[in-house]
Design a protein around this ligand. Structure first.
Ligand code: ATP
Ligand code: MG
Length: 725
């Protein structure tokens, strides 16, 4: 026993040890990036179990992503050398879902309620607006979605809202009400609703609340700075009376304010748990000196920080490398070249991350990595279960278990195309609205009453027949056979295989992968507490909630691509922070909003502090994004990094040789012999210049040009569109 205890704390510094072993019940660990907050939280759990004799059963641990939850479970199992199955570890959404499944009735939900993700939600809202005769131009669906989710994050239901005399507000409220009613009728629950309902479940059912208060003697929360109002209220309910709660966080890493997170919860915590102990950790174990110094300097430009010191015993390490790319392709080219040499020197794929501000930036890197045959994995973005073809298949499965799922009905009524026109669907919607029934019921009614054209009627009848048929056939099948049946019998496979070129192949592969996912689906570990659900319903719930985790190549060694937001809490030996440009990072919307700009800066702090040994930062002098070409200025965050921490990479200097020594000079730059050394050329943006030298070949060929106005530049020949003069 003593040995075990020593082992548990021997790898902690004094402050960490204090946090892990403190007898205090409510504890707030407030500390900067890489100081061991997550490590302390994991050790605290192990301490509770091993030393204090707490049962795993009575521990509830909340983290921010499914990935983090999985990692946490793994780390605890490593420390304790036993399975941590019995412990509730998960995200707020995952845990809320689990509670609602176990207590659907008390939460006023149908047993078979389905979770819909943000894109399903948007679809539903679009349809709702049409039904209310509200114009999408005046009522952009995304804004409506934003409004609804914002209300829910604050714990506000439509019935709590007061619209007053303002017509806009009245309409907004009307939409919210209609949305709630529609979700209720369809048995659909969006992400915000999961949290809100889970809170109401505890609030309104004293017996349920008492049960969980009894059960969860220790509640631990990672990334506390990013909890929103409802999440915090939920935590408070759970810990009421006992006040046993251990939270770790960093105000400088609060990056979800735009989604309702309240960094103020850190203050509320101190008020609501008066006997709390605050512990600060100040030593960073993750990064080299230069990296840490840069991160500290950048975030120092923010105001109203709680203020924390952070130091490291590590050496300065390599300076941060800055690369000014000509354009986004050049940037990707540069990054992938560096990864290539990292791998050549024996580095591992998994230790490399490319971090960007916006999902749309990933494509360039993906293409380059693909060409270079380097395995990679994209987190976030369009995840497996969010792909259109997968969602189509899932929508059929949903209809099979719940005919009244309007969101699914909308999705598949004419996919694959079966000659049911927009007009017909409109008619069905109208009937559904008038009668207050689901689309499915409305469709049956329309067919029965013969209000539609014979053609439409027939098409609808055969759709109804298809769903019923699938339901009957599926009855005695294994889960994966059901999925297979749906994929084949609905014609989705055929439909997608006929799609354009490669896209179609990929979609067909994905559909097969879905069948495979169902085959491998692990009922036991994922969904405790949902025993009363059918396998299919469990699988569907899993698909909406844990979408991000379902990637076949989970254990393969790959380069990691993700947004800065999803990099939270993670660390990598080699990090590329790309696209540091005004208007991209910081984002366009934050440029004239001081609060949002500070949040962008915190995001930059998060980004820099993901790096353990090597950090590259880059920007492009011209960028094509969202179909627009722009010539952004370098990000202000670059200027905020102390110059002694940075070294500019002159790819140009590295590869350029003294003029006389370069053989290729007299050779023409292009096969046509159009350009040669010393030749005068003109460029659309940079104007007139003289060719100095060339490097690389084929698509990779670059030329160095001395422009009259713009000075010496390297350009990719394939993209430069030069004209001989
Ligand atoms: P973030 O704010 O980014 O979430 P964090 O504060 O949660 O960071 P951890 O991820 O827990 O920090 O720790 C950062 C790194 O430092 C990890 O690799 C961890 O193993 C290591 N580390 C933390 N404390 C120690 C220690 N006392 N001795 C050795 N390594 C440590
Ligand atoms: Mg952490």
């Amino acid at each position: 026993h003593n040995n075990a205890v020593t082992a548990l704390i021997s790898t902690l510094n004094d402050a960490q040890c204090q946090a892990v072993t403190t007898p205090a019940h409510s504890v707030l660990v407030l500390a900067g990036a890489g100081s061991g907050k997550t490590r302390v939280l994991v050790h605290r759990i192990a301490w509770q179990i091993q030393v204090m004799g707490t049962s795993m059963h009575s521990i509830l641990a909340v983290t921010f992503t499914n990935k983090a939850a999985k990692e946490m479970r793994g780390r605890i199992e490593d420390l304790l050398q036993v399975s941590a199955r019995a412990m509730w570890i998960g995200t707020f959404h995952g845990l809320a879902h689990r509670l609602l499944r176990s207590h659907a009735k008390q939460a006023n939900l149908p047993d078979t309620f389905q979770v819909m993700d943000t894109s399903d939600q948007l679809r539903l809202i679009k349809r709702l607006l049409a039904g209310l005769n509200l114009d999408e131009d005046k009522w952009p669906p995304r804004q409506v979605q934003w409004y609804i989710n914002g209300q829910k994050d604050e714990g506000i239901r439509a019935k709590h809202c007061v619209a007053g005399y303002d017509l806009y507000q009245q309409n907004q409220l009307k939409i919210y009400q209609a949305y709630e009613a529609l979700c209720e009728r369809s048995g659909l629950v969006d992400f915000g609703e999961l949290l809100l309902r889970a809170h109401e479940l505890l609030r309104d059912n004293p017996d349920v609340l008492a049960f969980y208060q009894q059960r969860f003697r220790h509640v631990l929360v990672d990334e506390f700075q990013d909890t929103n109002t409802v999440q915090y209220a939920w935590l408070r309910l759970l810990t009421q009376g006992r006040d046993d709660i251990f939270v770790v966080g960093d105000d400088d890493q609060s990056i979800y304010g735009w989604r309702g997170a309240k960094v103020e919860n850190i203050f509320s915590f101190q008020k609501h748990y008066p006997d709390h102990q605050i512990i600060k950790l100040e030593q960073n174990y993750r990064s080299t000196g230069f990296i840490l110094k840069a991160a500290n300097a950048v975030v120092a430009n923010n105001e109203g920080r709680m203020g924390k010191a952070l130091w490291t015993a590590s050496a300065d390490g390599d300076p941060i490398a800055l690369y000014a790319a000509f354009n986004e392709q050049d940037e990707a080219y540069f990054v992938v070249e560096r990864i290539r040499s990292w791998l050549k020197d024996g580095g591992k794929h998994n230790d490399v991350a490319i971090l960007y501000r916006s999902n749309a930036q990933s494509r360039q890197f993906e293409e380059r990595l693909m060409t270079a045959a380097i395995p990679y994995r994209v987190y976030g973005g369009l995840r497996f279960f969010e792909r259109a073809e997968i969602k189509n298949a899932l929508a059929y499965l949903r209809m099979v278990t719940n005919r009244h799922d309007d969101a699914s009905f909308e999705r598949i009524i004419n996919t694959p195309t079966r000659g049911i026109g927009a007009k017909t669907v409109d008619d069905i919607r109208q009937v559904a609205r008038d009668q207050g029934i689901s689309l499915w019921a409305a469709m049956l009614l329309c067919v029965e009453q013969g209000q539609l054209s014979a053609r439409a009627s027939n098409a609808l009848a055969s759709f109804a027949q298809l769903i019923k048929h699938l339901d009957q056939l599926a009855e005695d099948l294994e889960l994966f056979e059901k999925v297979q049946l749906v994929v084949e019998k609905t014609g989705l496979l055929d439909f997608h295989s006929k799609e354009k070129a490669d896209k179609g192949d990929e979609k067909v592969e994905n559909l097969h992968e879905l069948v495979n996912a169902a085959r491998l689906f692990d009922f036991d570990s994922t969904l405790e507490g949902m025993e009363n659900l059918s396998e299919l319903d469990m699988f569907l719930a899993y698909a909406s909630l844990e979408a991000g985790d379902m990637q076949a190549d989970d254990f393969e060694d790959c380069v990691q691509l993700m947004t800065l937001h999803s990099a939270k809490g993670l660390e990598f030996k080699l990090v590329f922070l790309v696209g540091l440009e005004e208007g991209l990072f910081p984002s366009q919307q934050s440029l004239d909003d001081a609060g949002r700009l500070q949040e962008e800066r915190r995001l930059c702090y998060v980004g820099i502090t993901r790096a353990m040994q090597y950090l590259y930062v880059s920007y492009a002098e011209s960028r094509r994004l969202y179909g627009r070409e722009s010539y952004p200025r370098p990000s202000r965050f670059l200027r905020e990094i102390p110059s002694e921490c940075v070294q500019e990479v002159r790819l140009r200097a590295e590869v350029s040789r003294p003029v006389t020594a370069v053989k290729t000079y007299s050779a023409p730059l292009q096969a046509q012999g159009q350009y040669c050394l010393g030749q005068r050329v003109s460029h659309i943006k940079f104007g007139e210049g003289v060719i100095l030298q060339t490097e690389g070949a084929g698509e990779q060929e670059r030329v160095q040009i001395n422009f009259k106005q713009a000075g010496i530049k390297w350009l990719m020949l394939a993209y430069a569109k030069l004209n001989a003069m």
